[in-house]
Design a protein around this ligand. Structure first.
Ligand SMILES: NC(=O)CC[C@H](N)C(=O)O
Length: 374
């Protein structure tokens, strides 16, 4: 088969349709159509579990040019449900690359569409907000299915059990000589494990629904709440668990973990119009005045309105002023909406992991001095 002989459609729930060329798996996929502005890091993006049930549009026009390599992925599967690019590079070049984007997506059963005007799609999403879409990519020589049948696919609601689909089925440990940290897995990225391992942590990963008593029974010195897909309000049990952990062990929330932390403290979250996705989002740390370029991938955000007294805003997005970081005023707990583990993206915020380990030291010293925070 010659590259480009396959047909594909991307249909949006508001009736907008794009026709292009298919690549990846010959399949039909339904998900929320989102866009990311990352110029590189496509393999990390596609395997990030936070993209579960999303069809990812890349604004950068050439994707796949340095190929796909083992060890780069952020989970064991492609978690995005579909891929939209201007051009999928057919001849990648990198010494570690073992396959093309087309081959990679075929192997993972995920469809792609290329050759559409991704600028016009992204402008549409920016204007109207993210929306449901159906992506159909045909096999070589196959005709496109009937559009009416495809619209029918769009009538079904997207299920909301995202975290249940991607969380670890059972606990596991990555032993280390350093601090004992429990990582609650709402759909964690490997980069998070790497960031903790790099700091010698003794890591216990637990499934999302693990009760607070079981987490505390592991005698953690700190608990990290991971990133994950979907709406934080769909997992009220998670906020309930975090409420029970608050004040009993230092907490660090990242992305979905940050949103769950805010809900646990009595805050609110809301859906953004088109979210923040990419590797180039400027965030100001209000405690130091420093601006970092951060990696982001979220469609929900902690609301400024109704923020509980106990929470202080520590980070703000420089583009739209939204809340990017929180700290509890009295207890050892803080969180960020962006990704300090990067993967993909710059390492500007990596030191937040060190800050968390310091927080543990301070909390433990406080307890020794009789300042009990529990
Ligand atoms: N990366 C994440 O953890 C994303 C959090 C949440 N699913 C959101 O879209 O806002």
């Amino acid at each position: 088969m010659k590259h480009g002989e396959r047909k594909a459609y991307l249909l949006l729930e508001d009736g907008t349709a794009f026709e292009g060329k298919g690549f990846g798996a010959a399949a039909i996929s339904v998900g929320e159509v989102v866009f990311t502005t990352g110029m590189t890091g496509y393999q990390e993006t596609l395997t990030d579990p936070s993209y579960y049930r999303q069809i990812v549009t890349f604004t950068y026009p050439l994707i796949g040019n340095y190929g796909l390599a083992p060890g780069v992925e952020q989970s064991w599967q492609v978690r995005a449900f579909g891929v939209v690019v201007r051009e999928a590079a057919p001849t990648p070049s990198h010494r570690r690359s073992v396959e093309t984007l087309d081959e990679y997506l075929r192997r993972h059963g995920v469809p792609g569409i290329e050759g559409i005007d991704t600028r016009s799609l992204v402008r549409h999403i920016r204007r109207e907000g993210t929306m449901k879409g159906a992506l159909v990519s045909t096999g070589p020589g196959e005709g496109l299915p009937d559009k009416a049948a495809l619209w029918a696919h769009l009538e079904q609601p997207i299920p909301r059990d995202h975290v249940a689909q991607v969380t670890a089925r059972a606990p596991y440990r990555m032993p280390g000589q350093g601090k004992r940290v429990v990582l609650v897995d709402y759909g964690l990225k490997h980069g998070m494990l790497e960031s903790l391992r790099y700091r010698n942590c003794d890591i216990y990963v637990v499934p999302a629904w693990t009760p607070a008593s079981d987490i505390l029974a592991l005698r953690p010195q700190g608990v990290v709440l991971s990133n994950g897909p979907g709406d934080p309000q769909d997992i009220p049990e998670a906020a309930e668990t975090v409420r029970e952990l608050l004040g009993r062990v230092p907490l660090f929330g990242i992305c979905l973990g940050h949103q769950v932390f805010a809900l646990a403290c009595g805050g609110r979250t809301e859906k953004m119009s088109f979210g923040h996705r990419g590797c180039n989002h400027p965030v100001k740390d209000l405690t130091t005045g420093r601006v970092m370029i951060t990696s982001q991938n979220h469609g929900y955000v902690v609301s400024r309105e109704g923020l509980p007294e106990d929470l202080e805003v520590t980070h703000v997005n420089q583009n739209d002023g939204t809340v990017e970081g929180l700290r509890h005023r009295h207890l050892p707990a803080f969180s960020v909406q962006f990704h300090p583990e990067a993967r993909p993206g710059p390492d500007d915020a990596a030191e937040l992991f060190d800050r968390f380990l310091e927080e543990i030291d301070n909390a433990e010293a406080g307890v020794e001095e009789g300042r009990v925070y529990a």
